[in-house]
Write a protein that binds this ligand. Structure first.
Ligand SMILES: [Zn+2]
Length: 274
């Protein structure tokens, strides 16, 4: 009898915690979102996010709220002698917050640290040549997203991307799209969608567009999306995200179905800003 009571009490506490922890996190985030947003922070964001000036007041407020939460929850680490500044943190937070404006509620849950190097950095890459032989080589990287808990970025690449919006490349959008993708448990180009019924049309459109990009790249045709997208479906999703935000008109014209999938997913219409 006593055992049964203890068991029941334990189950009750576990259920209460399962319900309580997310509710407390939500409340805490709501309070952080409401924090005043310093004027000079907004000046930095205006400088580094060219279409911010076209946002409605309510969209600006939402973006600022997300920036507050990202700054409160993520650790920014300067690497290779780089000193983390307000500009670096705000730029990364604001651009990555664009992908959260659909209010799904998650804040890149797997991500703990954002490592920033002054410029391109060199990593040792170990790749298998055969079952018994591995090859080690030095590879220059501009950014990468590790599905566990870190993103690595290059500040000089970020600055280049800021000055060249509309070229279809943005290392922050790319790496944070991988983070969204990883939330489903597998990095395969399919993030968590709103409804179960969304998966079929997503798979249909993305598969067709991915195969089309492979064909176009192989025959040397002009492509709106960067050819890096043919690497695999996960890279295709990251490149499609960059294109959606940086070349929305071209994407909507040449790839309307893909554009509509992303518009539905991000709940945004970037054509209104550019
Ligand atoms: Zn990638």
């Amino acid at each position: 009898m006593k055992k049964a009571v203890v068991f029941l009490l334990t189950i009750t506490v576990i259920i209460a915690l399962i319900w309580l922890v997310p509710a407390l996190i939500k409340l805490r985030r709501q309070a952080i979102k409401e924090k005043p947003f310093p004027l000079h922070w907004e000046v930095i964001i205006k400088q580094n996010l060219i279409f911010y000036k076209h946002f409605s007041p309510s969209l600006r407020k939402r973006l600022q709220g997300h920036v507050n939460v990202i700054l409160a929850e993520k650790q920014f680490v300067g690497c290779g002698g780089l000193q983390i500044t307000e500009e670096i943190k705000l730029t990364i937070a604001a651009i990555s917050a664009l992908l959260l404006l659909n209010e799904r509620g998650g804040y890149y849950p797997k991500l703990c640290e954002i490592l920033v190097y002054p410029s391109a950095y060199v990593v040792n890459q170990v790749s298998a040549v055969s079952n018994y032989v591995v090859q080690e080589s030095k590879v220059v990287r501009l950014g990468e997203s590790w599905s566990r808990d870190q993103i690595v970025l290059s500040w000089s690449q970020i600055k280049y991307d800021i000055e060249n919006w509309e070229d279809g490349h943005n290392v922050i959008l790319h790496e944070f799209a991988h983070q969204l993708d990883s939330e489903s448990g597998t990095v395969n180009g399919v993030p968590i969608l709103e409804q179960k019924s969304d998966y079929a049309s997503w798979a249909k459109v993305f598969t067709r567009e991915y195969q089309q990009l492979i064909k176009n790249v192989k025959r040397g045709a002009y492509t709106v999306m960067d050819e890096y997208g043919i690497t695999n479906p996960a890279e295709f999703f990251a490149v499609a995200t960059e294109t959606f935000f940086e070349k929305p008109r071209q994407m909507a014209q040449h790839h309307p179905l893909l554009y509509n999938q992303l518009k539905r997913y991000y709940k945004l219409e970037p054509r209104e800003w550019i």
